[in-house]
Design a protein around this ligand. Structure first.
Ligand SMILES: *[C@@H]1O[C@H](CO)[C@@H](O)[C@H](O)[C@H]1NC(C)=O
Ligand SMILES: *[C@@H]1O[C@H](CO)[C@@H](O)[C@H](O)[C@H]1NC(C)=O
Length: 389
């Protein structure tokens, strides 16, 4: 009996202890569950907040992207306007001629006129010894703004006259003659010019004036080169250009199929055909018979080409981008193999303008007569000897 009582007490004690333990555990569990549910709540709140935040970020990023686009467009717009202003100021400068730097430039033009005569003599005696290549563009002068966005202005190349000729546009049947660059620069518009009506239309911006003759390109079923005597105002010769399936020679100037260029060596034609449609071709022309004396496939691509010119038997191709940027010589080809693309310097033209529709090199004054978006510009070149490193 005593044993039974003892056992009962023991069990009773164990029972209470057990209960207390159970209650303790219960409380702990509840507390933990509470905390877990709080964590759950918090986590889901965090998750929601994170999601919201993410959404906000995405929206912000999208907005930023849009704003970036808008900003870029604005910047482009501002850039264009700044350049326009710069150009206008340059133009006004040349009109006023008051500033010292412009004076220097003015002298440059005056000098050319006088220098040409002396230079011509020793220059053309050593015609075939011509060994010069461009080193850089030294100066630029905006002489005038006249005519449409595309055209040509040039001096009668290799002749004693200082006459300036203007081909306005890309297809007309007349050109304008001024007695000198100064006359042209000071003429209100083209009012002081003599208009020369040609017997047919010229096409593109690849014509040349050479030794008293206009050599112009005419597009019929095929391309013709017409030689027109300016003295007795009559056609001397007409020849079908001896190349087939012609395509525009410069990617950025689709109106021009043949670009006639004059250098120290004579008359050249820069053109392109479907047969070799990626690259520009060069031909030496006989100015008397209009025959092609020799032709070359150059390694210079047509794509993004803007204009080209020839100096001492080396063709320099000028490239730009569809949205006009700085024009630069990026490919050269020398018929005498003395200049390769590697030794030719990358020549940038000063500042940034619209886009050139023509660049006519004059071997007499070593200036480039460029037509840039309706502005007539002179580029003064620095030359060096070929094969000089
Ligand atoms: C020059 O050509 C443009 C078209 O390209 C024409 O609008 C303009 O009237 C021409 N200007 C002169 C002076 O002939
Ligand atoms: C014009 O002059 C050139 C040479 O200067 C001559 O060959 C041509 O026959 C002349 N034309 C006319 C119509 O007088």
């Amino acid at each position: 009996m005593a044993v039974f009582l003892l056992l009962l007490t023991l069990f009773g004690l164990a029972g209470t202890q057990h209960q207390a333990l159970m209650e303790y555990l219960e409380r702990r569990l509840l507390a933990i569950e509470d905390r877990i549910s709080i964590w759950h709540e918090q986590t889901s709140r965090y998750a929601t907040e994170l999601r919201d935040f993410k959404q906000q970020m995405v929206a912000l990023m999208e907005n930023l992207d849009k704003e970036k686009e808008a900003l870029r467009a604005d910047l482009d717009g501002i850039n264009t306007r700044v350049e326009r202003v710069e150009r206008e100021m340059d133009y006004l400068d040349t009109q006023n001629g008051a500033q010292p730097c412009v004076d220097v430039d003015d002298k440059l033009v005056e000098q050319d006129v006088t220098l040409v005569k002396e230079k011509n003599r020793d220059k053309y005696d050593k015609l075939t010894e011509c060994r010069e290549m461009i080193s850089s563009v030294k100066a630029m002068k905006i002489l005038k703004r006249v005519g449409g966005p595309k055209g040509i202005w040039t001096k009668d190349i290799v002749s004693r006259s200082d006459k300036i000729y203007i081909f306005n546009g890309t297809s007309e049947d007349s050109l304008y003659e001024f007695n000198s660059a100064r006359d042209f620069a000071t003429s209100p518009g083209i009012s002081r010019a003599k208009e020369i009506k040609l017997p047919s239309t010229w096409d593109g911006t690849g014509h040349a004036v050479y030794k008293g003759h206009v050599y112009y390109v005419k597009k019929d079923k095929e391309f013709q080169v017409v030689k027109y005597n300016l003295k007795n105002v009559s056609v001397v010769d007409t020849a079908v250009f001896p190349a087939e399936d012609q395509i525009p020679v410069y990617g950025l100037n689709p109106e021009t199929y043949i670009d006639l260029a004059v250098d120290e060596e004579g008359l050249w034609a820069i053109y392109a055909t479907r047969e070799n449609e990626r690259n520009i071709c060069l031909a030496k022309m006989d100015p008397n018979t209009l025959d092609m004396e020799q032709m070359w496939d150059t390694p210079c691509p047509r794509e993004n080409a803007e204009v080209a010119f020839v100096i001492c038997g080396t063709v320099y191709v000028v490239y730009n981008t569809k949205l006009p940027s700085r024009s630069r010589v990026q490919c050269v080809f020398d018929v005498s193999d003395m200049v390769t693309n590697d030794d030719a310097p990358l020549v940038y033209f000063p500042k940034r303008y619209g886009s050139h529709s023509s660049m006519k090199y004059n071997p007499g004054d070593q200036l480039i007569y460029a037509w840039d978006d309706g502005y007539q510009i002179l580029y003064k070149l620095v030359m060096k000897k070929k094969l000089e490193v």
